[in-house]
Design a protein around this ligand. Structure first.
Ligand SMILES: [Zn+2]
Length: 191
């Protein structure tokens, strides 16, 4: 995003210094609150250390909308390009594979596509393997799905209600995406 664009959407901007976690030198931090389509008010944090070059950006959604479960039906290779927005607290499941990923405390919000999500699963399987777990043929299966597509369901379970999946251009939306609002979920007023 260009500087002009950021300024256009920006509602609040904070700039301050903190100590770089890597080299201890003073480091600039810039926090911008802005409005993103479909996600609402969002905090963008960028940190940059001029001494050692350490950089980090984070996107933190500020609006909670109540828990949702988003289901996307993958039926062929074109679905690999469906756009996925996963909030920092949403878990991802593929019931057909019995696989799920729960975000860690410092997980970032991710904007990717279904292929990118399958690659996340692949990374997770690889680290299980490194730890000596028996993962069977999961790695091979995930690699095949990421390259050729297949038939499976991607489920995002999001306590903040921000995550979404958009079919790629030319793919019919109806029957592809189901958004289930989960009643009785805790909905914090501020997050
Ligand atoms: Zn530094």
């Amino acid at each position: 995003m260009g500087k002009g664009e950021a300024a256009y959407y920006a509602e609040e901007v904070y700039e301050f210094e903190m100590e770089c976690p890597y080299c201890g030198a003073p480091m600039q931090v810039r926090e911008v609150v802005y409005r993103m389509p479909r996600i609402g008010r969002t905090l963008l944090v960028s940190k940059r250390c001029p001494t050692c070059g350490h950089r980090r950006s984070e996107v933190v959604p500020l609006e909670a909308r109540g828990r949702v479960r988003v289901y996307y039906r993958v039926e062929g290779p074109q679905d690999l390009y469906a756009r996925v927005i996963r909030s920092n607290v949403a878990s991802i499941e593929v019931p057909e594979l019995g696989a799920s990923i729960t975000p860690g405390a410092a997980a970032p919000m991710i904007v990717t596509n279904i292929e990118g999500i399958l690659r996340l699963f692949l990374e997770a399987v690889k680290s299980l393997e490194v730890m000596g777990e028996d993962v069977g043929d999961a790695e091979e299966e995930l690699r095949r799905l990421a390259e050729e597509g297949g038939r499976f369901t991607l489920v995002l379970d999001d306590p903040l209600g921000i995550s979404s999946v958009e079919p790629p251009k030319g793919v019919r939306r109806s029957g592809k995406v189901i958004v289930e609002r989960v009643e009785g979920a805790l909905e914090p007023e501020t997050y």
